[in-house]
Design a protein around this ligand. Structure first.
Ligand SMILES: [Zn+2]
Length: 168
């Protein structure tokens, strides 16, 4: 499986002051070093580093299941964090994992809170259902979107979707 970060094109658009999912420019803040995970490099934003706070919709289609929520992003360029290992930013004791179909709607029965060290095991279990196209990792307490998990060699647009107004 592959952990998929926010597409670089979307991160660039936000850094350039482009509108977030609520049509507003990203807010600028400074990381306190505690719990500000960047959804592009998938690492914690270091203390004192500039960051953006914005509303992000991590779906490519507009439909009732396409939730919008707050995310942090390094204010300056950072490397894309897609990869096969558990991202460094996933430092909390547990997370919500939830499967979505190719139509980007929740596959009911897949959602639940999972200990951090079982994320990959649970994702593999969720992917055993062929209806599941991808999995979301969300914070267990606040439901904030963290990153997506694809099957290895999954969706061709993984991590590199072209800029699209509905996707940022
Ligand atoms: Zn970053």
């Amino acid at each position: 499986m592959r952990f998929v970060a926010m597409p670089t094109e979307a991160a660039r658009a936000y850094r350039a002051g482009g509108p977030d999912a609520n049509g507003q420019p990203p807010e600028r803040a400074v990381s306190d070093g505690m719990g500000n995970p960047c959804r592009h490099c998938l690492a914690m934003i270091p203390q004192g580093a500039g960051m953006l706070v914005l509303a992000h919709r991590p779906f490519s289609t507009l439909q009732p299941y396409a939730e919008v929520g707050p995310v942090f992003l390094c204010a300056d360029d950072c490397p894309g964090g897609c990869g096969t290992g558990l991202p460094a930013m996933l430092a909390s004791p547990d997370y919500i994992l939830r499967g979505y179909g190719a139509d980007e709607r929740i596959v009911y029965g897949t959602g639940g809170v999972v200990p951090r060290d079982r994320i990959e095991v649970r994702a593999a279990e969720i992917f055993a259902d062929p209806q599941v196209a991808f999995v979301h990792v969300r914070s267990a307490r606040n439901n904030c979107f963290q990153c997506r998990i694809d099957r290895q060699g999954g969706r061709p647009e993984s991590g590199g979707q072209p800029p699209h107004p509905r996707d940022i």
